[in-house]
Design a protein around this ligand. Sequence first.
Ligand code: HEM
Length: 512
Amino acid sequence: MDAISFVFLFLFLITPLSYCLTTLVLIPRPCNGTSKVRSLPPGPPPLPLLGNLLWLPPSFSRIGTLFAHLRAAYGPTVTLHIGRRPAIFFMDGHVAQAALIHQSSAFARRPQALGTSRALGSNVHTVNMTDHGPHWRLLRRALTSVALLPRARQWALEALVDDLTSAGAAGENEVSPTEIFARALFRLFSLLCFGEELEESTLWAVREAQVGIISLAVKLSVFNLLPKIVLVVFWRRWMKLIRLRRRLDDLLIPIIRARSRDQLAVKEIPRCRSMASYLDALLGVELEDEVRRRRLTEEEIVNLCSEFINASTETTSAALQWIMANLVKQPHVQDKLVAEIASVMGANKQTVEEEDIKEMEYLKAVVLEGLRRHPPAHLLLPHTVAEEREVDGYVIPRGAVVNCSVAEIGRDEAVWKEAMEFRPERFMVGGEGEGVDLTGVRGIKMMPFGAGKRLCPGMGMAMLVLQYMVANLVWRFRWVEVAGKEVELAEEPGLTVAMKHPFLARLVPRAP
Ligand code: HEM
């Protein structure tokens, strides 16, 4: 720590620390009057001043163990006192359904943005931070209007196959595909976002800024409970975060302006070099504020595009990585999948298309099993309630932070036989996952995309991308485990849960 940081630490941190800790942050405070506290869901007894802070594992990577332990000790609905408001976790599909589906509007709210998100501007209209209401509906509609056109996905697939082939040629056919998947999906979702292929230098500069923002925001988010202290002690990281956010503005605002000019000119010049995109939909959005109708600002559009690319790329590439790793580890599942593809395609067709995918039940089962066993997000984004509600016989007080343990629910041994095994057959006729409903309306057995009003609006697109990529990747190459470098399925939690040890595979091109 340098001298300036030390002075800041002494002047601004030490003196107010005891006040902050005791009055603002660490005292668990009921939000609904003392009589209701008795009816909160059970949980570890909070310590004076510290609440349940000591219950949190030292590393985020052990959060899964924490939920398993809490569930065994207290049942499927648990309260933790971590910040100013109680945090309530649902760890069972029935309880999650009772809240997110049967009381969907009440549980569709988000808590107020935390310090880091506010500084990045995401309280100004990103889909996930906009309160449940007409603006949020308009933004979700803009997102769900984006179509995954065949030429877009074909272009992304060919780039991915080229990258895998070059990586294989450079490494005697041994490939570490994790980063290659992430780049291919970043390309694809950027195309869907902006409607045109960005120049390579711009594309990768946007990715660098996005990845930098996410990793700094994750590091700083630990301190979201104490935002002012973050500013003082971690001011270098903070300034870097602000610089990266400005860099993103510098990169994206020219694209937004050019696209907006194109839209104005579209009446006279039919546009053919590009395709309809999320950005086009956003440029058309008219919000109705209290006093006037207005278009989205450039800053809001930057936030929304950035959210679109992050929310889609990180999750989908993590899911693709887990699915392909399991197909390498279990060659009999890969062979069964290839046999299904061959039966639908005939031997000579090179690319599996959307209409082929519709006939492939086992392909869908493989993707569902990947999402059940390895959900990219182990928790939902936090929800809250504006009014006191009741779930599972307990009071959920107004303003409580509410979340669901997605991973626990998808691995519940009471619902899934040998839940930790990767076995796509469970989704076929007669299996315990047959006809599973990903929206949760007909019951929640797994919820990789959430459930209820805040259900992921990219679910349909993500399912199509995953089925399309998995089918074509195994149709083009045989994915073989490398002797001595076996696939390990350990998890590395972060914003999304990726593989702790990215897998290696030998890629053998299949005869055309
Ligand atoms: C395998 C891929 C994906 C997974 C597992 C996933 C998962 C999730 C989850 C768990 C949530 C939180 C739901 C809640 O808080 O209740 C969410 C929200 C969201 N996702 Fe996804 N997602 C995926 C792909 C996508 C894609 C492709 C897009 C965009 C094209 C997207 C955009 C969003 C947005 C904007 C939200 C916030 C919705 C809201 O608050 O109303 N996601 N997603």
